[in-house]
Design a protein around this ligand. Structure first.
Ligand code: URA
Length: 207
């Protein structure tokens, strides 16, 4: 549950992130990276946290991993402008180390409010830190490519694009997992029009 005042919109939330001092990471940042995208996006991507380039520019996924993310998004006939991109952490950890639990906890209310404000049908969890922010005991190698529905929202864990830059074989897996997004979106839209009946649910997509 959030201990931050509720923000009326994404711009006020971003302004609060830029002046945030809720954890020690603020001391080392060049720019905070609140996240960006379409305020009414149906698909939200959640990454781990800003790296060097993101910290320099104050924007999410603008380095090499971002180029791959853009390519994957274009590969399913969508564009960066159609989606919302956020991170578990809004400030870069020193030397890109893993987020510490207290940093993730301090930053969490921002992510929760972004989810509430954008209200996407699909949340794509990029990598294990994003996965574990929502499903603490899950392992990315088993969870990837298995959509989970929670409170009417669909979560799709996939490998982090940076992992696919380091291990080329993961790129094909990531491409396959991204290919699920249009179907999930279609199913989410259909569910709004007509409540799902047990005999027509595509259970195979959901774990
Ligand atoms: N990796 C992330 O997880 N997030 C970014 O914004 C950039 C790289």
């Amino acid at each position: 549950m959030s201990d931050l005042a509720a923000f009326a919109d994404l711009d006020s939330l971003a302004a609060a992130v830029r002046s945030c001092q809720r954890c020690g990471l603020h001391a080392g940042r060049t720019h905070a990276v609140p996240g960006e995208g379409l305020p009414t996006a149906q698909v939200m991507f959640v990454g781990e946290g800003p790296g060097f380039h993101e910290d320099q520019q104050g924007r999410p996924f603008v380095g090499q991993a971002g180029l791959l993310l853009d390519e994957l998004i274009e590969g399913i006939d969508m564009h960066r402008e159609d989606v919302f991109i956020a991170n578990v952490l809004k400030c870069r950890p020193p030397n890109n180390r893993d987020p510490l639990p207290d940093e993730a906890a301090a930053c969490r209310p921002y992510l929760d409010q972004q989810l509430a404000l954008v209200d996407p049908a699909i949340v794509v969890l990029l990598g294990r830190h994003a996965l574990n922010a929502f499903f603490p005991d899950a392992r990315i190698s088993r969870a990837r490519g298995v959509a989970r529905r929670v409170d009417g929202r669909v979560f799709l864990p996939v490998y982090h694009p940076a992992a696919a830059l380091r291990q080329l074989r993961l790129r094909e897996v990531l491409t396959q997992d991204f290919a699920m997004i249009p179907t999930l979106l279609h199913d989410a839209a259909a569910a709004l029009v007509e409540p799902p009946r047990p005999d027509t649910q595509q259970l195979s997509l959901f774990g």
